[in-house]
Design a binder for this molecule. Structure first.
Ligand SMILES: Nc1ncnc2c1ncn2[C@@H]1O[C@H](COP(=O)(O)OP(=O)(O)OP(=O)(O)O)[C@@H](O)[C@H]1O
Ligand SMILES: [Mg+2]
Length: 642
């Protein structure tokens, strides 16, 4: 009986979620508060603590990003965000600073947090996630109070000092007009008897979390923010009777929690005046002839740069500007982190296609480079690599360009360029075009090119984008592809590379220290093999006198590593890694070219070809279709001039 099965599940869930909820009067509440003063936290503090409770760790010293990207600064990683947001550590740190200030009742508790950045930079996603931090958490309030106010507000002013001392909690604000009416009317002013209930914050239930979408000038109505008067009740009660109030505006609902103002500056300015009092005085107007009502909440807003600039340029908006903590949310400029964004989005979608190696990387390279501003210090590709914390090798040396210097050249970098949504759409398009439920860098480059041509209107930017895809990204991809195919022709690539590396080190060490080499197997002694070393050095353009320095550097590096007891991997020293890689690849290049390009292969070539394809599938993550596709592309585009 399948019905029973479902019913059982439903009942189990219902029983397990049915927790005893608090139900008592104000005195019971005070008793509860004595045990845990935290239940009466103000909004900023509650949110700050809710996020911190998930854990804060310092970025690990061993994390190469700390050294290469963050200049070895101590970066806090808030674990609540780390699985969702990538490369945004600085933005999150600023948000948390704001909340911390607010939690200590600093000026931040009377300011709006404004996230400003280009489309698709993650402002909405970040705000959603922040709201989720309190969604489901319990809080206590006066029964039937639409503002769900803090019960301690029942205490008259004269007693508050006393209670604050006894409870160790601070008491802010006043009852809502409706709660006050209840107190007088139903309890005869005996506040100790007032019923207190436990609720949970809920965005969907409009409890403690409210969102205000932007509204056009015609439909814009301030009742969305502060509630309205119920006209039908106006014949029953007088105009100043609180019972005519419908306190259902965002500032009523979001009291004690969060009010989000989506795309805030799309609204007319009059609409926003409520923000001024909500922040500074922690009170908002009530509809009609009623007194202002208390509001304690975190106000989160977001907007785009152009709206911000327009708003800022009007000097009549100064009052609001003064009440805003603006945090820029730029696009990600770090390739590895940009890739993670798409991996996350794809992971969460129903996307089941095969994604060939480098596909996401190629798309991310394009978006990152489209956001970078040119520099006189290096080309765009190099800049992207440096921003990604990579070592760029030039003539056997790590190129010395400081990431900090590059970043200081343009402080507002990342506010323009290709958006995350653009990339996601082009990945989707590439998939739709594919006949085999498979996407490759080639398909993605095609679809990016088409989308740029169709959708980017601004001429200069379109040209820049086309140049990036059709030249920079394409050439870089061909380099990656050439290496990969050649590697796949080499049996036991890693072992061969390691053995070359070891041999080179033995020779370089003997050469530098003027010693002989002892053969690792036979124990025989011989002189350092200059020709062998040269053959490796030459592939990366180290000739003549430069080789002495290179050999010294390698030896010094190796000794330093060995002193620390670290195993020296062939790939650990970037300049030599590159030399060995190129050396190995050169050794099979001709064969790779001939075997891949030729239409007719002899038996030996056939075997080599199918072994190579198998390696691409087994070790490099291709499937048959994608391997086929990239090999065709390689034979048409690589090895042209040889
Ligand atoms: N750094 C990031 N880490 C993780 N995901 C990100 C990041 N940046 C953007 N995203 C993802 O990109 C998508 C688009 O982001 P979002 O809708 O939040 O952008 P937005 O800044 O609100 O844009 P708009 O101004 O157009 O509203 C979301 O799915 C979001 O999760
Ligand atoms: Mg948005």
């Amino acid at each position: 009986m399948s019905k029973d099965k479902y019913l059982r599940l439903i009942q189990e869930q219902r029983n397990s979620s049915k927790k005893e909820k608090f139900n008592g009067n104000f005195l019971d509440y005070l008793e509860l508060l004595e045990k845990d003063p935290n239940i009466a936290q103000h909004a900023h503090k509650r949110l700050y603590n809710a996020i911190c409770d998930h854990g804060i760790v310092k970025m690990d010293d061993g994390d190469s990003r700390k050294r290469n990207i963050f200049n070895s600064e101590n970066i806090n990683l808030y674990q609540y965000f780390s699985k969702e947001f990538f490369g945004m550590e600085n933005v999150i740190e600023k948000v948390m600073k704001y909340l911390k200030g607010g939690s200590l009742r600093g000026e931040e508790s009377r300011q709006v947090l404004l996230l400003m950045g280009p489309v698709g930079a993650g402002k909405s996603a970040l705000t959603e996630h922040i709201k989720k931090a309190i969604d489901g958490l319990p809080y206590y309030h006066i029964k039937d109070d639409p503002q769900r106010g803090e019960p301690l507000q029942l205490l008259p002013r004269a007693l508050r000092d006393n209670f604050e001392n006894m409870l160790g909690a601070k008491i802010d604000g006043d009852l809502s007009p409706i709660a006050r009416h209840l107190l007088l009317d139903s309890y005869g002013g005996r506040y100790e008897d007032v019923e207190i209930v436990e609720s949970t914050f809920s965005q969907r239930g409009r409890r403690g979390i409210a969102s205000v979408p932007p509204m056009d000038a015609n439909s814009q109505d301030v009742s969305v923010l502060i509630g309205s008067e119920d006209i039908s009740k106006l014949d029953k009660y007088s105009e100043d009777d609180p019972r005519v109030l419908n306190l259902t505006g965002a500032f009523n609902v979001g009291n004690r929690g969060i009010v989000e103002l989506i795309e805030v500056f799309k609204n007319e300015i009059e609409f926003l005046h409520t923000i001024i009092t909500a922040t500074q005085e922690k009170r908002v107007p009530a509809p009609g002839k009623h007194d202002m009502v208390f509001f304690d909440g975190v106000i989160l807003a977001h907007c785009n740069e152009s709206e911000w600039n327009r708003f800022k340029s009007e000097h009549t908006n100064e009052a609001i500007l003064d009440r805003v903590v603006k945090i820029n949310v730029p696009y990600i400029l770090e390739l590895s982190q940009e890739q993670k964004i798409y991996e996350k989005i794809l992971d969460r979608s129903d996307f089941s296609a095969h994604i060939a190696p480098h596909t996401i990387k190629i798309a991310s390279m394009f978006s990152v480079m489209s956001r970078l501003k040119p520099t006189g210090k290096c080309d765009l590709l190099t800049k992207m690599k440096i921003y990604n914390g990579e070592e760029v090798i030039e003539k056997g040396r790590v190129k010395k360009i400081d990431i900090k210097d590059l970043k200081e050249e343009h402080r507002d970098e990342g506010m323009k360029g290709i958006s995350t949504r653009f990339i996601m759409k082009s990945i989707d398009h590439a998939l739709c075009e594919s006949e085999n439920n498979c996407i490759t860098p080639i398909g993605v480059m095609k679809s990016l090119t088409r989308m740029v041509k169709e959708q980017i209107i601004e001429e200069d930017f379109r040209e820049k984008c086309l140049e990036i895809i059709q030249k920079t990204v394409r050439e870089e991809y061909l380099r990656i592809l050439e290496t990969e195919i050649a590697k796949a022709f080499i049996t036991a690539y890693e072992e061969q590379a390691q053995s070359l590396f070891d041999t080179y080190l033995d020779n370089a060490e003997a050469h530098t220290t003027n010693n002989k080499i002892r053969d690792r197997i036979t124990g025989e002694e011989r002189k350092a093999d200059d020709n062998f070393m040269k053959s490796i050095e030459e592939v990366i353009g180290i000739n003549g006198s430069a080789k002495e320095g290179f050999r010294k550097d390698v030896t010094a590096y190796m000794f330093a590593k060995m002193r620390r007891g670290v195993k020296v991997e062939w790939s650990s020293y970037e300049p030599l890694k590159e030399a060995i890689e190129s050396y190995l690849i050169n050794s099979v290049k001709d064969m790779a070219r001939i075997v891949t390009k030729s239409k007719t292969r002899d038996d030996d070539q056939k075997q080599k070809y199918s072994d190579m394809v198998q390696t691409l599938i087994d070790d490099y993550g291709y499937n048959e279709t994608s391997a086929e596709e990239i090999l065709t592309y390689a034979s048409n585009n690589l090895w042209r001039d040889s």
